[in-house]
Design a protein around this ligand. Structure first.
Ligand SMILES: *Cc1c(COP(=O)(O)O)cnc(C)c1O
Ligand code: SF4
Length: 358
């Protein structure tokens, strides 16, 4: 996976982990989302210092741990600001802090656990399921989640930009069985609105496309990404736009998130959420209950609760199926039916996500 900011000099200039000065918590509101990415924490060391936590780290080179060298740390300040200072077990921190355990034997998994490479129609365009084609719109993300199932996906080979996507768009134009295009990645909202608008326009011109889905975690970590120029292309689309957001914990939701979600909704988007069930993050009844209640109160429907994909370096987040089903049973007994997501796992070669049921 790539780090988004290519301007490494600017990154160095704005972020000096060894300078000893107190870091600014959140960039002022005037800061653009691109600037937020440039200001993001890019090492365990800097993130732990900001949180007032001891850096019990074995640094390998350039002040980085071995796990970070394998999959770089990337945490926007807006997200770090929602963590509790001084709490080493903070559920937001646990999702993004690189750990030695990732490299240990207990975490040996597959590099492509969900069969993405065998589902590739042409570079950057995947199809696993009827009707739906998935465009790898960007290789970059605004946050690096340690459990990510695509942490080893060879994104750099996926074409980018309006020109790069033309073969994928041609394929979609020619295959009338495709009525939905999913923009995914990486994260499609790391692409500029100017480019996204052109992509949405082109998809709108294909008469058999009825839905566009945008799978994104950017609004969770940088809510100011839901800016006027984004809302412009959302509201201009004649085909329905669904956002599938990715919140894992209720403490990820604060007033800046409420504003972003309400803006997306007012622009006409339908809002869904998918979460990953993660040990040490959200594997309790209370954590999931509070998350799903917060979401439905903000007009976001909990769509999927994913069992972890068997990706190399993330198996320590795994929760057993027995425990997962027990949690879903407790939620079902307490929450409105539409607040309980489907518990699923992705199995390579299956014709849909696979429900986990008794
Ligand atoms: C998960 C996924 C989808 C979407 O599946 P839904 O069950 O419709 O949400 C589509 N394409 C690919 C390649 C996927 O991995
Ligand atoms: S889970 Fe999503 S946002 Fe997080 S690193 Fe993976 S693709 Fe990026």
């Amino acid at each position: 996976m790539e780090i988004l900011a290519t301007d490494s000099d600017l990154v160095e200039a704005t972020f000096r982990p060894n300078s000893g000065t107190q870091e600014v918590a959140i960039p002022p509101n005037s800061v653009s989302w691109q600037q937020s990415l440039k200001l993001a924490f890019r090492s365990n060391q800097a993130l732990l210092a900001y949180l007032g936590l001891p850096a019990e780290l074995k640094l390998e080179s350039h002040g980085k741990t071995a796990a970070e060298l394998d999959f770089p740390v990337l945490v926007p300040r807006e997200y770090a600001a929602r963590m509790i200072k001084g709490d080493p077990h903070d559920p937001l921190l646990a999702q993004v802090l690189a750990g030695k355990i990732e490299l240990s034997e207990a975490s040996c998994g597959m590099r492509d656990p969900v069969g993405d490479q065998q589902a590739e129609l042409i570079p950057g365009l995947l199809q696993k399921y009827a009707r739906r084609a998935l465009l790898i719109t960007s290789g970059a993300c605004a946050v690096h989640c340690r459990y990510c199932f695509r942490r080893h996906y060879p994104y750099s080979s996926a074409p980018t930009g309006i020109q790069g996507w033309q073969p994928a768009l041609d394929h979609i134009r020619q295959d009338r069985s495709i009525d939905e295009v999913i923009l995914s990645g990486g994260d499609p909202l790391t692409v500029t609105d100017n480019v996204l608008r052109q992509l949405i326009d082109q998809l709108n011109q294909i008469d058999h496309i009825r839905r566009i889905r945008i799978h994104t975690r950017v609004p969770v970590v940088i809510p100011s990404r839901v800016c006027d120029s984004l809302l412009d292309w959302v509201s201009s689309s004649k085909v329905a736009i669904y956002f599938v957001l990715h919140f894992n914990h209720f403490r990820e939701i604060d007033s800046s998130i409420e504003i972003a979600l309400s803006r997306l909704r007012q622009a006409g988007a339908t809002l869904l959420n998918q979460s990953v069930l993660l040990r040490g993050v959200n594997d309790s009844f209370e954590a999931l209950r509070d998350l799903f209640l917060r979401l439905i109160d903000l007009h976001v429907l909990p769509y999927y609760l994913h069992q972890l994909d068997q990706v190399e370096g993330a198996l320590h987040f795994q929760v057993s199926d027995a425990r997962a089903m027990e949690l879903i049973d407790c939620l079902r007994a307490d929450l409105p039916g539409f607040a309980v997501p489907k518990l699923v796992r992705e199995i390579a070669g299956e014709s849909s996500k696979t429900p986990i049921v008794r």
